[in-house]
Write a protein that binds this ligand. Structure first.
Ligand code: UTP
Length: 302
């Protein structure tokens, strides 16, 4: 069994973010804030804390803000220093120093699988991580970041690894769902994958969530993929083909996922994240409390 250090992480960020229009008309979905940092910042931090030194963004039209965010901003740093706020200057500088950043373009949003294929020139040398940044994942204290949990399985057993979560039967139509054989508690060898099966048609309740460690063989499989569900090149289909010739593991990751892909889930994520912070919890409680009071909503709308 050969395993490889996983030092590159691919971030597909070329999607259109239609479910967040009109906010995403000019702002990339990945730049929407979760409290005080854009979504993409959490994902990059997770990759870096998992040992990745090279971050590859697959971008598209209207995504320049992501490049600017991770670029050094000398002007802003100088203004902050001149204003007597060196700690802010250091904070913005640290963002550009988190990793080495590279950008490739996906000229048309032809699906997640196609976006990953666009990253081939940067990632073809070995196993690489993939993070979908609208799923912000935080590991519990004392546990490795979620991507690192996958990398640890790769180092132990070889092969590709995906993150799994149990979903309810009504939710299977939103995710890739696996069939697999349990190797040990919380670890499955994947034997089949189905993209967004209708309720009742799903082979299990185990859904693939936005973290992957992938073999470079995935690129040939993606290149030869026909378009799947929704007329897009599906990553799920290529991972299914990969599992025929190489081991693909699924792990029930340890952590909390904040789905930020829709208005409703982003709102939940924002509240949940604020409730975890000592400085913000009281504010959420106060606001929710005032709405629960008789006349609370009227008081707000008047
Ligand atoms: P999503 O489907 O969640 O994002 O794709 P989206 O397409 O931006 O959102 P909607 O459906 O229009 O509201 C998951 C991830 O894959 C990327 C997205 O940017 C997101 O990070 N993606 C998706 C691409 O990079 N290219 C694509 O063609 C599709």
């Amino acid at each position: 069994m050969t395993t490889y250090p996983v030092t590159k992480c691919l971030f597909p960020v070329a999607g259109m973010g239609t479910r967040f229009l009109p906010a995403t008309k000019e702002i990339p979905k990945e730049m929407l804030p979760l409290i005080d940092r854009p979504l993409i910042h959490y994902g990059v931090e997770e990759a870096v804390d998992s040992g990745c030194k090279d971050i590859v963004f697959v971008t598209g039209r209207g995504k320049r803000a992501i490049e600017d965010y991770f670029d050094r901003s000398m002007e802003l740093e100088q203004i902050l220093i001149d204003k007597g706020k060196p700690e802010y200057a250091r904070m913005v500088r640290r963002i550009s120093e988190m990793a080495e950043f590279a950008y490739v373009r996906q000229s048309e949003p032809l699906g997640l699988g196609h976006a990953v294929l666009c990253g081939e020139s940067c990632c073809r040398g070995g196993y690489f991580g993939v993070i979908l940044p609208d799923d912000v994942m935080l590991a519990p204290p004392g546990f490795s970041p979620v991507l690192k949990q996958l990398i640890e399985v790769h180092h132990r057993l070889g092969g590709s690894v995906v993150a799994l979560e149990e979903v309810s039967p009504e939710e299977t139509s939103r995710y890739g769902i696996i069939s697999g054989e349990m190797e040990e508690e919380g670890l499955y060898r994947i034997t089949d994958l189905m993209e967004k099966p209708a309720p009742g048609k799903a082979p299990s309740g185990l859904a693939v969530m936005g973290r992957y460690v992938l073999s470079p063989s995935i690129f040939d499989l993606l290149r030869n993929s026909s378009t799947g569900s929704g007329g897009e090149i599906q990553l799920t289909d290529a991972i299914r083909s990969l599992s025929v010739n190489e081991p693909v593991w699924g792990i029930m990751y340890r952590g909390k996922r904040f789905d930020c892909g829709t208005n409703e889930s982003w709102l939940r994520a924002t509240i949940a994240m604020a409730m975890r912070r000592d400085d913000l919890r009281k504010i959420v409680m106060e606001e929710v409390g005032s709405l629960a009071c008789p006349g609370g909503i009227n008081a707000m709308t008047n």
